[in-house]
Design a binder for this molecule. Structure first.
Ligand code: SAH
Ligand code: SF4
Length: 354
């Protein structure tokens, strides 16, 4: 079944026209859904009762069901949601962090999921452990933003697609959700406040570059050579580093934007001085920013995060290679560290109870 939050303005216009309604109904519906954040058709009092009943039967708009919430108001908060078919996904709210974004920042970021599970099987990631269950609909993606806004009472002004799943592998729904989140009648978020993170799907990077919206791009690089990437990211066999960097260069040229390289530091795997030097070179060539993220332990996986000294050395080496880099030192602000982990715990504990 299609959810109400999957439809764009033109979709509402044609659906309502098919039902014999005047054109202004679409504006009314969108105002209820996004400006007033209504979650029940019966509350939309300026729509005819008969229409409300028809829409209620065809297009659910109920909020995502919360299964678990962890964290506190002044730190990272994680939300585990159950979808209509019983599948679970998670979203993370990261409050403004002066240490991350500068003293004056009032940035409130939500990290959202794009799929249930993930087909890409990066060796360090909890999301890919059980493979892909299914794509999220645009409505389920938008629904995370709406529900977390509601539950937290925060005005979220930044969205990163760094939750569960590979957003670029769910491209049509991703783009539809982004257009809804960006539209003045929808979420009203500037495209530059929306970041898509990818493990390196080259054709979709090119497709995103061709879209009119100025969405930001983050690349999960995690290795500065094919050797290292091949060890931890199977996707690199399909789209090797050279091709990925070419697509990134085209993105930067076309969008006139800085991109970000995400780089998880994994002890003895990708944290050598040589990797730092090469990584700095790749970043400099594209004027990309590097985000170093100490690996976050995943139950059942044997990787470790390097000692703090070694993390600092890597950072220093990247910087002395001329690149702009930051290292996430604070606990709880590992945006990416949330990736799939809350769901994994929940799914495992449910299984162990069966
Ligand atoms: N599939 C996309 C987006 C979701 S993953 C991608 O890979 O970019 C979001 C980020 O979390 C990625 O940079 C990913 O590599 C990172 N991540 C996954 N597992 C992690 C872990 N155990 N510790 C730290 N970061 C992790
Ligand atoms: Fe999928 Fe991203 Fe996790 Fe890789 S890091 S398995 S692409 S979610």
């Amino acid at each position: 079944m299609m959810e109400g939050h999957s439809l764009e303005k033109d979709g509402w216009e044609s659906l309502l026209a098919d039902l014999g309604e005047p054109r202004f109904r679409a504006t009314q519906v969108l105002e209820w859904l996004y400006a007033r954040r209504a979650s029940r058709w019966e509350d939309m009092t300026n729509l005819p009762a008969g229409l409300r009943a028809k829409l209620a039967a065809a297009l659910p708009i109920s909020p995502l069901e919360v299964v678990r919430e962890t964290g506190s108001a002044d730190s990272t908060r994680k939300f585990l949601f159950r979808l209509a078919d019983g599948q679970m996904i998670e979203s993370v709210l990261i409050p403004a962090s002066p240490a991350l974004y500068g003293e004056a920042s009032d940035r409130r970021t939500i990290c959202i999921s794009s799929q249930v599970g993930c087909a890409y099987g990066c060796r360090f990631c909890a999301s890919g452990l059980d493979g892909l269950k299914r794509n999220l609909t645009a409505g389920e993606i938008v629904g995370q933003f709406l529900r977390v806004s509601e539950l937290s009472g925060e005005k979220i002004n930044n969205i990163v697609f760094m939750g569960m799943g590979e957003p670029m592998a769910n491209f049509a729904s991703l783009m539809r959700a982004i257009r809804i989140l960006n539209a003045p009648w929808g979420g009203g978020l500037g495209a530059r406040h929306i970041t898509v993170s990818t493990s390196g799907l080259v054709p979709q990077i090119r497709e995103l570059a061709a879209q009119p919206l100025q969405v930001r791009l983050a690349i999960s690089l995690h290795g500065a050579t094919d050797d290292v990437r091949n060890t931890i990211m199977p996707v690199n066999k399909k789209f090797p580093l050279g091709e990925l960097l070419d697509a990134c260069a085209d993105y930067v040229r076309q969008k006139k934007q800085k991109i970000t390289f995400e780089y998880i530091l994994i002890g003895g795997v990708n944290d050598s001085p040589e990797q730092a030097r090469l990584l700095a070179g790749h970043a400099r060539a594209l004027d990309a920013k590097i985000n170093l993220i100490p690996y976050n332990a995943v139950e059942g996986l044997d990787w470790t995060r390097p000692e703090p000294d070694r993390q600092e050395e890597f950072l220093a080496a990247v910087r002395s290679g001329g690149a702009d880099a930051t290292l996430r030192r604070e606990k709880g602000h590992d945006i990416a560290a949330a990736c799939g982990q809350l769901r994994l715990q929940a799914v495992r504990s449910l299984k162990s109870r069966q």
